[in-house]
Design a protein around this ligand. Structure first.
Ligand code: SAH
Length: 222
């Protein structure tokens, strides 16, 4: 099995099958999964293609989305990150069975821990349904090399959320470089794709203590 379309379909089937045993995703029909997992994951192919070459990471990957579809389609060396060990064990075993585990690795741990081990190693990161933009850019900054990009999948971004991110982007060494909106083929699922690029060194020591990025987001220095 090496056709990419077959691999993508096979991965969906295996995830849905595993979902009967462990809760990996709320989506449980293959028809829904084709849109909300596959089509949605792949909407950022243009952003992925224009990101610098090199290591790709999916932050808070859950059942492997958008990480696995993007890894299969782009062929990039990939690390999927999630702190829930049970989820990562299942995703890893599926990737193993599909002979994908030399290209796509899993890391069962916190993003903050990975950034101590792999500081500045990543060229591109994605995050879907993980956390608010200010927390995302703080978590991503220490993992990215200069020029590396964080691609955020959002359903809706309020003005406050965007402003809070733009208030601290310089502090963490990131800058917003693009934003676009789209609707998936179901005609109802709205997406905003927002890209931040690492522009320089953070002005504070990152990562902060585990949990702080999400529980106590950075505020601008006055
Ligand atoms: N990206 C997937 C899953 C979203 S749920 C999808 O869109 O389907 C968010 C996931 O992020 C959860 O599985 C949770 O365990 C993980 N997560 C949240 N904060 C994290 C952190 N700091 N480090 C690692 N994983 C985290």
């Amino acid at each position: 099995m090496n056709n990419k379309t077959d691999l993508l379909e096979k991965y969906l089937q295996m995830i849905l099958e595993a979902n009967n045993r462990v809760n990996l995703t709320r989506i449980d029909s293959i028809e829904q999964a084709r849109i909300l997992h596959l089509e949605d994951s792949l909407v950022t192919l243009p952003e992925m293609k224009s990101a610098p070459e090199g290591l790709y990471g999916d932050l808070g990957t859950g059942g492997g989305f958008p990480g696995v579809p993007l890894a299969i389609t782009t062929g990039r060396e990939t690390i999927l990150v999630d702190s829930v060990k049970k989820k990562m064990a299942i995703v890893e075993s599926i990737l193993d069975q599909m002979n994908l585990s030399s290209q796509i690795k899993t890391y069962a741990g916190r993003i903050e821990e990975l950034s101590l081990e792999k500081k500045g190693n990543f060229s591109v990161l994605t995050a879907r349904a993980l956390t608010q933009l200010p927390s995302l850019i703080e978590l991503a900054a220490p993992l990215l090399k200069k020029g590396g990009q964080l691609i955020c999948y959002k359903a809706n971004v309020s003005e406050e959320e965007m402003k809070a991110a733009l208030d601290i982007d310089e502090l963490v060494g990131m800058k917003q470089t693009s934003q676009r909106e789209l609707t998936l083929s179901d005609g109802v699922t709205h997406r905003e794709i927002i890209v931040f690029t690492k522009t320089g060194k953070p002005k504070l020591k990152l990562p902060r203590r585990i949990g702080l990025a999400q529980h106590s987001p950075l505020k601008p220095r006055s």
